[in-house]
Design a protein around this ligand. Structure first.
Ligand code: GLN
Length: 254
C-alpha cells in the first residue's frame, strides 16, 4: 500500500536568480519525486520575505544563476534575511543546490570586474574574481561517482581554499576557473556548481541522489526503500538519456 512521503523545497529569488532556465532544477526535482510517489511542496521565497517557519522545515533549497546586476539586486536581502536560515539549514544537514551566481555568493567573496568586493556567506571557503573573457560552453564533470553534463556561462573565476571540497573534476570545459580542473564546491549537503542547463534534468542520477539524501534526512529511509514501499516498477529514463546524448560534443563522455 502506497505510503505518503512528503518533502518541501524552497526556491530562492526564482524571479531574479533564474538565468539560463535554472528554475528547471526545482521543476525536475518535483517531477522526479512524483515518479517515486513522493509529494513535494514548493515555496518561492524572494526579496523581503523571510518565511522562517517554511524555511526551517524545508528539506532542500534551490537558487539559480544571475548576472552581476541580479546578484547586486538580491545581495542585501540575501545577507540580511537568508544567510542565517541557510547556515542553520547547513548545520541541520539539509540540502542546497546553488548555481553559478548563487554559488559565488555562498563563497567568501566575489570581486567584480570593476574591483568591487561583494562579501559572501562563506559556506564554501574560496573566492571569485570576475575576468574576461567569459567561460562559455558545454561542460562535463566527474562527481559523486557519475558523469555530470551541463552548460556554463560565467565571467567569474572561483578559487577554492586548500581543504575546501570541490563538487567535481572537469573532464571537458572550464569549471571553477579554467585552470585547476575543479568544478563547483561541496560542504555537507550544500552543492555549488557552474552547471546550468537546467542542471538536474540533464543529470537524473544526481537528482535521485538529492532525493535519497532528503529522504534519509527526514525519514531515515532510502529512495530504493521508498520505491519498494510505493510499489514502483520501473522508471523510464530514456528521454533523459537521449537528452544527454544529444549534446553532440559531449557524446563520447556519456
Ligand atoms: N555574474 C556571475 C558571473 O558572470 C554569475 C553569472 C551566472 O550566474 N551565469 O560569473
Amino acid at each position: 500500500m502506497e505510503k505518503n512521503f512528503e518533502l518541501s523545497a524552497i526556491d530562492l529569488y526564482p524571479e531574479i536568480m533564474n538565468i539560463y532556465g535554472d528554475r528547471g532544477n526545482i521543476i525536475y526535482f518535483k517531477y522526479r519525486c512524483s515518479l517515486y510517489g513522493i509529494n513535494i511542496n514548493v515555496f518561492d521565497v524572494s526579496i523581503g520575505t523571510v518565511a522562517e517557519k517554511v524555511c526551517s522545515e524545508a528539506d532542500i533549497f534551490f537558487m539559480g544563476g544571475g548576472q552581476d546586476a541580479e546578484q547586486a539586486l538580491i545581495y542585501e536581502d540575501f545577507i540580511n534575511n537568508k544567510k542565517n536560515i541557510l547556515i542553520e539549514a547547513l548545520e541541520k544537514n539539509k540540502i542546497m543546490l546553488a548555481v553559478c551566481g548563487s554559488y559565488q555568493l555562498l563563497c567568501d567573496y566575489y570581486k567584480s570586474l570593476d574591483n568591487k568586493i561583494i562579501k559572501g556567506i562563506s559556506v564554501f571557503k574560496g573566492h571569485t574574481e570576475s575576468k574576461t573573457p567569459r567561460l562559455i560552453g558545454n561542460i562535463v564533470v566527474e562527481a559523486e561517482d557519475s558523469v555530470l553534463v551541463g552548460f556554463e556561462n560565467h565571467g567569474g573565476r572561483t578559487y577554492l581554499e586548500k581543504g575546501q571540497s570541490a563538487f567535481g573534476r572537469v573532464l571537458k570545459g572550464c569549471g571553477n576557473n579554467g585552470e585547476d580542473k575543479t568544478e563547483g564546491a561541496r560542504t555537507g549537503n550544500f552543492f555549488g556548481t557552474y552547471l546550468h542547463g537546467s542542471f538536474l534534468p540533464k543529470n537524473f542520477v544526481f537528482c535521485d541522489y538529492l532525493i535519497d539524501t532528503a529522504l534519509k534526512n527526514k525519514y531515515g529511509i532510502s529512495i530504493s526503500e521508498v520505491i519498494k514501499i510505493n510499489g514502483i516498477d520501473k522508471i523510464d529514463n530514456d528521454f533523459e538519456i537521449s537528452a544527454r546524448k544529444d549534446i553532440a560534443d559531449l557524446r563520447k563522455f556519456v
